[in-house]
Design a protein around this ligand. Structure first.
Ligand code: ITT
Length: 199
């Protein structure tokens, strides 16, 4: 099935395609649709729903979206819903490696290193009908970045049960354990249950 995803993030599309290989995930850019959503929500779920509804209004068809990030309880939930823009509030425009360094600096004096990847995934059928799945991947902020796979904060989230950071995992291992993998496999069941309407 072709599924339109309200995202500009190629890493999300790559992982969704690995998690649900039976479907083809298309972006607004693939369809030459100009789409821009200003993330004004205060939760992952509000932002995911906002992205999906915004694109649905433009295309009039079912849309999938997700909002994700890294939440650190000891930092009051930061970077959280600001994960893609971490540092911007302080006037810093950082790339992924710099965001990781900034996070490690903010964690310097902190003992409680628990952290969670969160993925809120929403399938909007129409304005009044949508399905939400939200999942986590639990770990700890590493003392230093490690690994080259994945993207974003993967080098700094250490998973004790695996003995490695997410960036030290191969794609299959990450997808089996990740917030996006868990949410995606549940969303797959929802998509299957709606197959006739999505065709
Ligand atoms: P769209 O809104 O267009 O989908 P985005 O990259 O702006 O793309 P988000 O607002 O959901 O997406 O921000 C997600 C950020 O959280 C992402 O840019 C990464 O920095 C981080 N993130 C999310 N999932 C991750 C993962 O699996 N591994 C590492 N970092 C992740």
């Amino acid at each position: 099935m072709d599924i339109l995803v309200a995202t500009g993030n190629k890493n999300k599309i790559k992982e969704l395609s690995q998690i649900m290989p039976e479907h083809r995930f298309l972006t607004p850019a693939d369809l030459n649709i100009e789409y821009d959503y200003d993330e004004t929500g205060t939760t992952y779920c509000e932002n995911a729903l906002g992205k999906a509804l915004c694109l649905h209004k433009l295309v009039g068809k079912p849309v999938l979206a997700e909002d994700s990030g890294l939440s650190v309880p000891a930092l009051n939930g930061d970077p959280g819903i600001y994960s893609a823009r971490y540092g911007l509030k302080e006037g810093l425009k950082l790339n992924d490696a710099e965001k990781n360094a900034y996070l490690l600096k903010n964690m310097e004096a902190i003992k409680d290193r628990r952290a969670f990847f969160v993925c809120s995934m929403v399938l909007v059928m129409n304005e009044y009908r949508y399905f939400v799945v939200q999942e986590t991947m639990e770990g700890e902020i590493a003392l230093a970045p490690a690994g080259n796979n994945g993207f974003g904060y993967d080098p700094v989230l250490y998973i004790p049960a695996s003995g490695k950071t997410v960036a030290q995992m191969c794609d299959d291992e990450k997808n089996a354990l990740s917030h996006r993998g868990k949410a995606g496999r549940k969303m797959k069941l929802i998509i299957e249950s709606l197959a006739k309407e999505l065709d």
